[in-house]
Design a protein around this ligand. Structure first.
Ligand code: FAD
Length: 864
């Protein structure tokens, strides 16, 4: 849904009377999904059983207890290793095991222990089941025990497979045919298939009908999520979508209740299925969502729905469909398509979620959380009935424990941010998994409590990951990321029943879950740094951060990338500009570091790709300069006063300095920086940041490198633009740079073009080239280098130097409601950004390092 769709909710209300009715009707049916997903816990119970016997029983012996019928023995039954001894009316004595029976050859008197010969027979007379708890289950109905036990174990995984396939199929159909029809079909399907399951005549028809039931149930759930989010405005959306899970959990509680009351599997199934009836009867009244109608260009129908919403919500002047459509067209977010700088026309596939190591790590983590989240959710839910104690109460509590989960997740998500909520609950889940392994089997209460705590913590993480995944990825791959994540979640739910069976034979099973969770935690715990701005300062700062803190996950966010930044306009010459309020030794250090760094590049094979080269020339003065020896004179190469002969080239100038310095050809250098960053796995997204605080939930530290943009972003009144206009001309014969001492007129030869400058217009924001200024610059430069008259391909560029008395290079801690966000500012480089970029970037990276240590210190203190 495009952001501008919020216009609809601004006009009609985000969660008015209409939305409340639609929401509660839709989520009511989500209970049915919870019911069918978990129904098998009681329906497919395997009660105690022994092999059947031929004939009538006259007496039964179990250890020291004797009885007249097998039914009396079940209360004493303790283990599957037990056997029962029966004497038949014809005097034969049989030992009945679970999966075989043996006839004693010498049957003189009835004793439990017997050392003589026996003939072993298979259970060809069926089985005798303990019906004290369950009158019948599908296991007793179709004898799914012994060599057919695996069929019983397949019941839940087959259902979950149906869930997986249903989600894919109905998700797609809902986009093609509309949400309403899928909701109608799947809810009717839930009723029909739900009842049909009760009347299946054999195991295979039972599994097939349940598979169809699973498909429609998961289809309903997937589409209901979309349906409610398309009807609920952004202000209520997080709560609304989170609490769909809560209704699912209520379904689990209903299973426990019905299981307690009804002990015949097919009656139990009918009772569970009729929970759908109220919704099936009224779902025909649910309307199609206006957004789907708009996407299908059914404007009149969309308007009708909007009008109905308005009537119900008592809004007298509802918005018109035409307004929504025009907003959607104008919406820059939707027209830009994606959040990155790559072509919007490009088709994206799953490989985009692995395009570099950083994104791949993120994707693997997100998938692991989806997988372990759903695995944990179903393992805790399904195994709750076999923990001992009262299985109905256990299941009821395991459902009930989810209800506070989503409230806590919603509140914590807003207050602490997504990651800070997720990590503690993942840690808790992992610890509980370990704990469960060490609790002795006899400590029922403790095991049940640990299971509930596990379900609670995994529930928070699981509930949160849906929203968090959507936020972690840029728009263009967002649905791909969420779709693939929910697929992993379903894989987890298919695997879960097997883990429950495995847990009973392999005690270390929870350890696997723990390891997976720790992997997620480790990845989630790596500090996330957002660098805002993609000019020379932003890119070089991001690069320095990846070098000084390789474990960080760095993301560059910027509304413009090369070639649309101020840095692209610059001449890129390494001749420092002086910042009056910054000590000279600090400026000198910045310049030295920058010079040394670029000098190394200029000496490498990468020089031409990076656009870095040495250039010699002159700085000339009409009168003796204030400082004959600038602070940077010992950093550039071969600094010396110009000779008399050299000065003859500039008859109007009386004094000059000759030296060799470095020059960055700007777009190539920025592109090279971007390439280096991408190689380190840094992600780069096109995004305008309106307020740095908006990043607090996604990142631990924000670095502000927004150049002149900082004036608006952080309201810095000391920052002002100094407009500069330059010409980029083709004049390959010009090899020496010439800079008039006041820095206003200059000729800087680059690899392909020569930059002619310039202007310095303080406080002017206009980015439009001025024709008079162009002529003036050209004339001034020609007066210094007359050969430029022959220059060709003249291009005019304008940029706004982000000027300040000193570069703002400092840490600030933003704080709201007790939540803190450290921000490192690095902007205000004025006319000398290129000359000092590496030095200031290193200092900013160091500040980031300090912030990280502080964060890690405070989190470990918090853990202590
Ligand atoms: P920018 O390049 O402007 O980058 C700022 C970035 O922040 C941009 O990507 C922008 O899109 C992004 N941004 C801003 N606001 C937001 C927001 N709210 N949300 C998201 N992103 C945002 N310096 C030299 O050292 N040598 C020279 O020879 C030289 N010549 C120059 C010639 C001219 C004509 C001009 C104009 C400047 C020259 N400079 C020179 C100065 C140099 O260009 C600047 O100091 C330098 O480019 C500043 O870089 P920056 O990254 O801070 O700003």
């Amino acid at each position: 849904m495009a952001l501008s769709s919020e216009r609809l909710f601004d006009s009609l209300g985000h969660f008015g009377r209409f939305q409340a009715c639609v929401y509660f009707a839709s989520v009511f049916q989500a209970m049915s999904c919870g019911i069918h997903y978990l129904a098998s816990v009681f329906m497919a119970v395997t009660p105690n059983f022994v092999c059947g016997f031929p004939g009538n029983v006259s007496s039964v012996l179990f250890h020291n207890s004797s009885a007249s019928s097998i039914e009396d023995i079940w209360t004493l039954w303790t283990s599957t290793e037990n056997y029962v001894v029966v004497q038949l009316g014809n005097g034969e004595i049989w030992e009945l095991d679970q999966c075989s029976r043996s006839k004693r050859e010498v049957s003189l008197d009835l004793a439990y222990e017997y050392k003589g010969n026996k003939s072993v027979f298979p259970c060809s007379d069926g089985f005798l089941y303990d019906d004290t708890k369950w009158k019948s289950t599908v296991v007793t109905q179709w004898d799914l025990v012994c060599d057919r036990e695996w069929l019983a174990k397949l019941i839940q995984p087959m259902f979950m497979l149906g869930v997986l396939i249903g989600a894919v199929i109905f998700g797609d159909i809902a986009d093609r045919l509309g949400r309403q029809r899928v909701i109608w079909f799947t809810s009717a399907g839930q009723f029909v298939f739900g009842i049909a399951v009760a009347f299946t005549f054999d195991y295979y028809s039972f599994v097939i009908v349940r598979f169809l039931l699973a498909m429609v149930s998961s289809g309903y759930l997937v589409v209901a999520f979309v349906y409610v989010t398309e009807f609920v405005g952004i202000k209520a959306r997080t709560w609304a979508s989170m609490h769909v899970h809560a209704f699912f959990a209520m379904g689990i509680m209903i299973v426990a209740l019905v299981g307690f009351l009804v002990r015949t599997w097919w009656v139990y199934q009918i009772f569970l299925s009729i929970a759908t009836i109220p919704f099936v009867l009224c779902c025909w009244m649910l309307p199609e969502t206006p957004f789907w109608l708009l996407s299908e260009e059914r404007y009149e129908d969309a308007q009708k729905v909007i009008d109905t919403m308005a009537r119900w919500n008592k809004v007298s002047t509802p918005c018109k469909v035409s307004e929504l459509c025009s907003v959607q067209q104008d919406d820059p977010a939707s027209s830009r398509m994606g959040d990155d700088d790559t072509s919007s026309a490009k088709k994206h596939n799953i490989l985009d979620l692995f395009c570099n190591w950083q994104i791949a790590r993120r994707t693997i983590t997100v998938w692991l959380i989806w997988f372990t989240g759903s695995l944990g959710y179903y393992v805790f839910s399904l195994s709750s009935v076999s923990l001992g104690g009262n299985e109905y109460l256990n299941l009821f509590l395991i459902g009930a424990v989810e209800l506070p989960c989503y409230i806590i997740a919603c509140v914590a998500m807003d207050k602490l941010g997504r990651r800070n909520t997720l990590i503690p609950f993942l840690i808790l889940s992992a610890l509980i998994c370990v704990l469960i392994m060490f609790i002795p089997q006899d400590f029922n209460i403790l095991i049940i409590l640990a299971n509930m705590a596990g379900k609670f913590s995994i529930g928070v993480a699981f509930g949160l990951i849906y929203l968090y995944t959507a936020e972690l990825y840029p728009t263009i791959v967002r649905s791909l990321a969420v779709g693939s994540g929910s697929m992993m979640c379903r894989v987890g739910s298919v695997v879960a029943p097997f883990c429950v069976y495995l847990r009973s034979v392999w005690i270390f099973m929870p350890l696997v879950g723990t390891c997976l969770l720790w992997l997620c935690i480790l990845e989630m715990a790596s500090p996330k740094v957002a660098v805002v701005g993609a000019g020379v300062i932003g890119l070089s700062t991001a690069l320095c951060i990846t070098e000084t803190c390789p474990s960080c996950s760095v993301t560059v966010l910027s509304d413009q990338f090369s070639p649309n930044t101020t840095s692209d306009v610059a001449a890129g010459m390494l001749i420092p500009h002086t910042y009056p309020d910054t000590p000279i030794h600090r400026q000198k250090q910045w310049f030295k570091e920058t010079f040394t760094y670029l000098f190394a590049i200029s000496n490498s094979a990468e020089a031409s790709e990076a656009g870095i080269h040495l250039v010699s020339g002159w700085q000339i003065f009409k009168s003796t300069p204030k400082e004959e020896l600038p602070f940077w004179s010992d950093i550039v190469l071969g600094f010396r006063p110009m000779s008399e002969t050299e000065l003859q080239k500039f008859p109007q100038h009386r004094f000059g300095q000759a030296f060799t310095t470095l020059k960055c050809d700007c777009p190539p250098y920025l592109l090279w920086l971007e390439k280096r960053l991408k190689a380190t796995g840094t992600q780069m997204y096109t995004r305008k940041v309106a307020d740095l605080w908006e990043l607090h939930s996604e990142y631990d530290i924000v670095v502000n490198c927004t150049g002149i943009g900082a004036q608006q972003l952080v309201g810095d009144k000391q920052l002002f633009p100094v407009r500069g206009q330059v010409l980029k001309v083709y004049a390959p014969w010009v090899k020496q740079f010439i800079r008039d001492g006041d820095g206003l007129t200059y000729i800087y030869p680059g690899i392909h073009k020569v930059t002619l400058g310039g202007t310095r217009e303080k406080g002017i924001w206009s980015l439009s080239p001025d024709a008079y200024t162009t002529r003036d610059i050209f004339d001034r430069c020609c007066s210094l280098e007359p050969s430029l008259q022959a220059a060709q391909d003249i291009k005019v560029k304008v940029g706004l130097r982000p000027s300040r008395q000193c570069v703002r290079l400092q840490t600030e801690v933003l704080s709201q409601g007790g939540v803190k966000l450290p921000v490192v500012h690095n902007y205000g480089h004025g006319a000398g950004g290129f000359s000092v970029h590496r030095g200031t970037a290193k200092e900013a990276a160091h500040l980031v390092e300090v912030c990280i240590s502080a964060l890690q210190g405070s989190s470990s203190r918090a853990k202590l």
